[in-house]
Design a protein around this ligand. Structure first.
Ligand code: DOR
Ligand code: ZN
Ligand code: ZN
Length: 419
């Protein structure tokens, strides 16, 4: 056995003192007692499968003053995340073979965590040409950072059909652009007025009418949509900012994001639906913009908030406060994304890749944006409670120890043959 990790293991529905045996990067045994050359004794600390974030914007290429794969993946690692799926709204966009291959070349050897790349296109033949290298297709029904809009039923249907033929996962930014207004807005309330919940409801209803079963709805902001999605056979993703923040948060431009923060009642309804198990996955929609950009006049300040490093740790603190069941958190942030995208991770089980994170529930810290690892240098969760991982292991290699980086950039493309 190359490595044995002993601690309070999360085994699907319970915590149990035991050992995980690791060989060649995989979990080969889960037993009460195991011997191994190297041991990590986590004692009373909790050993969880590392998380997977199915939705990040690492800004490479074209906006690397905000983030790149090195800084973004380092942030991920410090947040207990060992797999990320990156979105295509970069400059240039990841919308054709050439830019996809360029991006893969750029990222290779630079990422601390495993990664997959989403692409966007409204041309079926391009989708086909990219399908072997990409993690999934992203469809933007509402305009947001980058202008990659596809809000035509016929075109969306054509892409869904092609994606299904190619067995390619599809994630949708579901806000109907026809219902988004572009009036001047000076605060979060004005931004919400421009992008009302009807835009989200309408986009989802249109997808349902198109028979878009199997599609993944990104950053769902309303509890009702979680139910609609289940009935329609769609998966859902929820982001921490829609559960923890609303238009009363006082963040001004820093709280500007698409879909927007909603009214307090909508936020609490979403949070309670998620804690009772109604969402499929958690995804941070990590969308870093610099402090300077976010301090611009509200109307021109870009939309998006960082979150890849804070998502899981914020929710671990919510677990400690008894708001979020640990079982739901691990299902949403580890198990479900891995299953959805076909990656052998997310569970402490024989045969899985040995991606683990160790948490000490006694170590509650307060978020300080300046101490995080994203290049953007701030957090919308400043001052909130979080429990960060102390140790993170990826494919059996210790990458983070005592909360400090100790590994190398070993991230691999999930579409490469190693899986
Ligand atoms: O607020 C957002 N920012 N929403 C998105 O859909 C895109 C993201 C970004 O890339 O900045
Ligand atoms: Zn989006
Ligand atoms: Zn996004």
């Amino acid at each position: 056995m190359d490595l044995v990790v002993e601690g309070r293991l999360f085994l699907g529905d319970r915590l149990e003192q035991g050992c995980v045996g690791i060989e060649d990067g995989r979990i080969v045994a889960v037993k009460k007692v195991l011997r191994g050359e190297r041991r990590i004794d986590a004692g009373y600390r909790i050993v969880l499968p590392a998380a997977m974030d199915p939705h990040v914007h690492f800004r490479q290429p074209g906006m690397t003053h905000k983030e790149d794969f090195e800084s973004g993946s380092l942030a991920a690692l410090h947040g207990g995340v060992t797999t990320v799926l990156d979105m295509p709204n970069t400059i240039p966009p990841t919308d054709r073979s050439a830019s996809l291959k360029d991006k893969l070349r750029m990222v290779r050897g630079r990422s601390f965590v495993d990664y997959g790349l989403f692409i966007t296109t409204d041309l079926p033949r391009r989708l086909e040409a990219m399908s072997k290298l990409a993690a999934g297709l992203k469809i933007f029904m509402g305009s947001t950072t980058g202008s990659l809009l596809n809000n035509e039923d016929r075109s969306i249907q054509r892409m869904l059909k092609k994606a299904a033929e190619l067995s390619m996962p599809v994630s949708v930014h579901a806000e109907d652009d026809m219902l988004i207004q572009h009036e001047e807005a000076n605060d979060l309330k004005g931004h919400l007025r421009n992008r009302p919940a009807e835009a989200e409801f309408n986009a989802v209803q249109r997808l349902i009418a198109m028979g878009a079963r199997g599609v993944n709805l990104c950053h769902v902001t309303r509890a009702e949509i979680l139910d609609m999605a289940v009935r329609a056979g769609m998966s859902t993703e929820v982001a921490c900012h829609h559960m923890m923040l609303d238009i009363g948060c006082g963040l001004a431009g820093r709280g500007k994001v698409n879909p927007p923060l909603r009214q307090p009642a909508a936020r609490t309804a979403l949070y309670s639906a998620v804690t009772s198990g109604k969402a499929t996955m958690m995804g941070s929609d990590h969308a870093p913009h610099t402090i300077e950009e976010k301090a611009e006049e509200f109307d021109i300040c870009p939309s998006g908030v960082p979150g890849v490093e804070t998502s899981f740790p914020l929710m671990m603190a919510a677990v400690k406060r008894n708001e979020m069941p640990l079982t739901e958190l691990v299902r949403m942030a580890c198990d479900a994304p891995a299953r959805r995208f076909g990656i052998p991770k997310g569970r402490i089980e024989e045969g899985m890749l040995a991606d683990l994170a160790v948490y000490d529930p006694r170590e509650v810290t307060v978020i300080d944006g300046g101490e995080l690892h994203s290049r953007c240098g701030w957090s919308p969760y400043e001052g909130m409670e979080a429990i960060f991982p102390q140790t993170v292991i990826m494919a059996g290699e210790i990458q983070l120890k005592g909360g400090e980086l100790c590994g190398e950039r070993k991230g691999r493309n999930i579409k490469d043959a190693w899986i």
